[in-house]
Design a protein around this ligand. Structure first.
Ligand code: UT7
Length: 333
């Protein structure tokens, strides 16, 4: 039997650079309330959202991803040809195949890296970070580009009271590469498939085509049960991620949860007893819920506004359709 040489990677992995793309169209609450018989006051009170960004026809999943990825590469000081894997977390690339990751990799001028999409909805980005970290340490890729991108307006029913004011578009990206010290802690992740139907595409494509009056399926959500699950169960997952990384709440600089609802952000921070010294991401107020893009967008804003700085210790936690979740502690690039 031949001896197979084992793969060997870097001692540790870290996020080396971050980039973001926010669509140009700013949509205030006033523009969505009429179709759903709602009000600016209700939306702000229940979700914390003041406005959201919706993409123009030119702002595609690919173009937004490329823009975010270029900034991440530049800030990391990594050439596109050094990227050995591109992971795109999205649920709104509208072709089942091929993966949009290969087209993004090509447009970026990479040298034919591994490239694939992952589907873990709002938790997609933190899943991608976990996979990339393991790849770098195992030796399957030197540098990995992880992109979280959504054009949820393609799946939005603007007349649906439960979702029309929440979901939005955008892209965020990070470059993950080798490090002498641990820059990404162990992931805590999981799923609860018993709650599969709580957030989902309304219909299977085959049922749409078989229908006498085919309409585009949309993203539907039973908001309140998801709200309750996220507010309580996710704080425990966040605590586990801190424990596994050996970081106490006092040592944490930033908390960057998925931007689903400002009340969920606050409930998690309360349940985890985060001290006042921890800066909390609140991008949802201006950006809406961009699913897989929400964490890199939120962290990018914190860096721009100076509430986070390179070298800070941040807890990332994301949760959504599936239900799926993933959390880890990282060093801010
Ligand atoms: O990103 C993936 C993960 N997603 C999430 O984590 C989202 C989690 N869920 C949520 O963010 C919240 O559930 C929502 C913001 C979607 C809704 O807030 P809620 O506090 O759970 O509201 P609710 O569904 O319990 O509805 C409360 C009331 C109801 O009226 P009554 O029965 O109390 O008279 C609804 O009919 O608000 C009414 N309502 C609305 N009123 C104005 C529901 N939707 C609207 C609306 N505008 N759009």
């Amino acid at each position: 039997m031949a001896a197979i040489r084992g793969a060997q990677g870097a001692p540790y992995a870290a996020i080396l650079g971050i980039g973001a793309y926010r669509p140009s169209r700013v949509i205030p609450n006033a523009d969505v309330v009429e179709a759903i018989d709602s009000s600016d006051e209700w939306i702000q009170q229940r979700s914390g959202i003041k406005q959201r960004r919706w993409a123009t026809p030119e702002e595609t999943v690919q173009s937004m991803s490329v823009a975010a990825a270029r900034e991440a590469l530049e800030r990391a000081g990594v050439d596109a040809r050094q990227v050995e894997c591109v992971i795109v977390a999205t649920v709104s690339h509208m072709l089942n195949t091929p993966a949009i990751a290969t087209a993004i990799a090509h447009e970026l001028g990479t040298d034919q890296p591994a490239a694939f999409d992952i589907s873990a909805a709002c938790a997609g980005f933190t899943h991608g970070v976990a996979m990339a970290s393991d790849m770098v340490r195992a030796g399957s890729a030197g540098h990995v580009l992880v992109i979280g991108v959504e054009r949820l307006t393609d799946l939005l029913d603007v007349g649906d009271r439960g979702t029309a004011f929440i979901f939005a578009d955008g892209a965020g990206a990070v470059v993950i590469g080798p490090s002498e010290t641990p820059g990404i802690g162990p992931v805590v992740w999981g799923s609860d498939g018993e709650q599969f139907d709580l957030i989902r595409q309304t219909e299977d494509w085959r049922d749409v085509v078989a229908s006498d009056h085919p309409v585009m399926p949309h993203l539907a959500m039973q908001g309140n049960p998801v709200f309750r699950w996220a507010s309580y169960a996710m704080a425990k997952v966040g605590q586990q991620a801190l424990d596994r990384a050996g970081v106490s709440a006092d040592e944490l600089d930033c908390f960057v949860p998925h931007q689903a609802n400002m009340r969920i952000v606050d409930a998690m921070a309360r349940a985890m007893k985060l001290p006042d010294t921890v800066a909390i991401a609140r991008d949802i107020a201006e950006q809406g819920n961009t699913s897989a893009a929400s964490i890199p967008l939120a962290l990018h804003r914190m860096l721009e506004e100076g509430t986070a700085k390179p070298g800070d210790t941040a807890l990332l936690i994301a949760f959504g359709a599936g239900l799926a979740y993933a959390a880890q502690v990282v060093t801010v690039p």
